[in-house]
Design a protein around this ligand. Structure first.
Ligand SMILES: C[S@@+](CC[C@H](N)C(=O)[O-])C[C@H]1O[C@@H](n2cnc3c(N)ncnc32)[C@H](O)[C@@H]1O
Length: 183
């Protein structure tokens, strides 16, 4: 538990070096509650579309747009940040990109790892890791994120951190919802 606490605190410190210890501890509490929330969400089994790992529609316009934005993908590596059920991961892997799928939910990573093993998907590396620690993975060509940035604070510091994880000439693509979306 203490090891986990220190590692998460370190992750928060890396992404928010100017925060006080009190603020970091309270951020850590929020962080732990959030990862439990997502573990619960992804524990519902294959019958639940919120937890099922499956290939998305290959014509998904957002994912196709991201692929177009990245351009040449041969021998390239993308981090799928906050991969969740892994739909975007499987899309990029289908097109031959090497994908490092990062999420702080144990269950999300376990589900995706099992899917890849069962389906012999070899170009996906699922990593249970807070987004704030991805610099440990070294620099990558691309970072993709779907509905993740709004979970991470402080946003401006995290963006500066992300910039250092992308190779020179590399690209990021983030898809977020906003107030104008109507359900
Ligand atoms: C709204 S879901 C999006 C999942 C997936 N990208 C999608 O579009 O279906 C947000 C995901 O980000 C993960 N997440 C949230 N904060 C995170 C953090 N600080 N580090 C790593 N993963 C995080 C959650 O576990 C969850 O899987």
């Amino acid at each position: 538990m203490w090891r986990l606490f220190l590692s998460q605190l370190n992750a928060l410190f890396l992404s928010a070096p100017h925060q006080s210890l009190n603020r970091l501890v309270s951020m850590w509490r929020v962080f732990m509650q959030a990862s439990e929330f997502w573990d619960n969400r992804y524990s519902k089994g294959k019958k639940d579309s919120n937890s099922r790992v499956e290939m998305p529609d290959l014509n998904n316009p957002i994912l196709q747009r991201a692929l177009g934005h990245f351009g040449s993908i041969e021998n390239k590596t993308v981090i799928d940040l906050g991969c969740g059920r892994g739909a975007s991961t499987l899309f990029f892997a289908y097109y031959g990109v090497n994908v490092i799928s990062v999420d702080f939910s144990n269950v999300a990573i376990a589900n995706l790892s099992k899917y890849c093993k069962d389906n012999d998907v070899r170009n996906v590396t699922p990593m249970k890791m807070p987004a704030q620690e991805i610099s440990k993975l070294g620099k990558v060509d691309f970072i993709f994120g779907s509905m993740i940035l709004h979970h991470i604070e402080p946003f401006d510091e995290f963006v500066r951190f992300l910039r250092n994880v992308i190779k020179p000439g590399g690209k990021g693509f983030f898809w977020e919802n906003n107030d104008e979306i109507k359900h």
